[in-house]
Design a protein around this ligand. Structure first.
Ligand code: CMC
Length: 429
């Protein structure tokens, strides 16, 4: 960290502000005391250029398409690691030793069941309930079964127990939200299976027939979850941190993150991409027509799965996913016309001046839906899959925020409403 100073001139007076430099030479002007010194605040809707924290979890260089968790390149992790290994890395800061890993897996495996009473909550939802709404509610409901977890700072063991419970139970809750929608019987977790296999078992097994997890499918899922595991201060992660900054418990904070993820501009884009590709395909597959629509400012249509707030060259996750998509569809012997539409759409958009000028490239959600579809995940569950993947990142960010004892999140505003005026009784209005 540097002791360099930035100078700012306001109304003829000069002020000095500290400069902060990160380990990858990212630079910031620390404006925390600006208002106290000058009465000015900074204004930045959407926090496009505002750092909310110093974090040691994920490094992202949007100009050069770099993504690293705790220093490890995403490409290496996606190729070699298991999702729970990455979860451990994100949450505890280092890759686990064999002993730490075994202990972590044993604890997660031990907590996969959810309380039987929760089944009644599921049964009360109508079949048309979107699984993201159910998941967010169920995660918050977990807090009611563990009242001792309401104090987020109780002690390290208690916090770890909540963390392990969440990681263990989220796949169960996710799979049950789907089973409930189908009005199929819930499948209990099978603790002889690993994390991804167990989720697939709870999704697709039936009491009436045997279900064997395909290793190609489990490995594809493992990769997708790793690619989604963290992405520094995005909309849902910032939500988790800001909710947690009020000292709300971890279940409530994660539930809020799930809700933030749901929107189509964020995690909900993976569902929106498939729906868009289906629409284009049903319309005859004329991708030029849809690219023109996306460019038309009078048309609300946007190319879903394109563009990113921070990646302005390429999204490294999209590169990995595109390759994985080809491999997995090949291995499974699936010929999906939507993949062809997606590739044509990408090729046309990447050559188009509108997209080039705005640095709009396919993001992580562009091809992930095609893989999810290939491995049998229903469209409405795509964003739920993203939530399972993002959970360790949310937890790591929440934990870091609490350990750094960060202050409650509370942005300021510039008021542009009416000046003071007197109340007028209704009869005179
Ligand atoms: N299709 C057409 N035009 C676009 C698109 C798009 N997908 N994305 C951005 N633009 C245009 C936008 O209209 C604006 O044009 P102009 O400068 O002429 O007004 C310019 O590009 C900049 O866009 P912005 O909306 O100001 O950029 P942002 O950083 O606020 O938004 C985004 C980023 C991801 C919300 C946006 O690109 C978008 O809506 N993309 C589609 C939804 C999507 O795929 N979301 C998933 C994001 S990646 C997964 C995740 O992290 O959740």
């Amino acid at each position: 960290m540097s002791t360099d100073i930035a100078k700012i001139e306001l109304e003829g007076k000069s002020y000095e502000l500290p400069i902060v430099i990160g380990t990858e030479n990212e630079k910031a002007i620390d404006i925390a005391k600006l208002r106290a010194q000058t009465k000015y605040i900074t204004l930045d809707p959407g926090f496009k250029n505002t750092g909310s924290t110093k974090s040691a979890i994920t490094y992202l260089d949007g100009e050069n398409g770099v993504l690293r968790y705790r220093g490890y390149p995403i490409e290496q992790l996606a190729e070699n690691a298991s999702f729970l290994e990455v979860a451990y890395l994100l949450i505890y800061g280092e890759l686990p030793t064999k002993e730490q890993y075994d202990e972590f897996i044993a604890s997660i495996t031990n907590h996969t069941l959810v309380h039987e009473d929760m089944k009644q909550f599921f049964e009360a939802y109508p079949p048309k309930a979107h699984p993201m709404g159910v998941l967010s509610s169920m995660v918050c409901s977990l807090s009611t079964f563990y009242p001792e977890s309401l104090d987020p700072d109780r002690d390290e063991n208690a916090v770890n127990l909540t963390i392990h419970r969440l990681i263990a139970k989220l796949p169960t809750l996710a799979a049950w939200s789907y089973k409930n929608k189908m009005r199929h019987p819930f499948m209990y977790p099978n603790n002889n299976l690993d994390y991804c296999e167990n989720f697939l078992h709870m999704m697709f097994a039936m009491p009436t027939s045997e279900y064997k997890v395909d290793p190609v499918v489990a490995s594809a899922l493992n990769k997708l979850l790793i690619l989604h595991a963290d992405h520094e201060q995005n909309c849902s992660t910032s939500t988790v941190r800001i909710v947690g900054s009020s000292h709300a418990n971890l279940y409530a904070s994660i539930s809020a993150g799930i809700s933030a993820l749901w929107g189509p501009l964020h995690g909900g884009a993976n569902q929106a991409v498939i729906e868009m590709l289906e629409q284009i395909n049903a319309d005859g597959g004329d991708v030029d027509k849809w690219v023109e629509k996306a460019k038309d400012k009078n048309d609300p249509f946007r190319l879903m799965g394109f563009g990113h707030r921070v990646y302005k060259n390429f999204d490294p996750r999209a590169k990995i996913i595109k390759k994985a998509c080809d491999e997995i569809l090949n291995k499974l012997g699936i010929d999906d016309p939507l993949l062809e539409v997606a590739k044509k759409l990408e090729a046309v958009a990447l050559e188009d001046e509108y997209f080039k000028a705005r640095n709009l490239y396919p993001n992580v959600d562009f091809y992930s839906g095609i893989i999810y579809k290939a491995i049998g995940i229903p469209t409405e569950m795509f964003t739920v899959m993203f939530a399972i993947g993002r959970l360790p990142g949310w937890i790591a960010q929440w934990k870091e925020m609490r350990e750094n004892n960060e202050p409650i999140g509370r942005p300021r505003q510039i008021y542009i409403g009416e000046n003071e005026r007197d109340f007028i009784p209704m009869a005179r209005r």
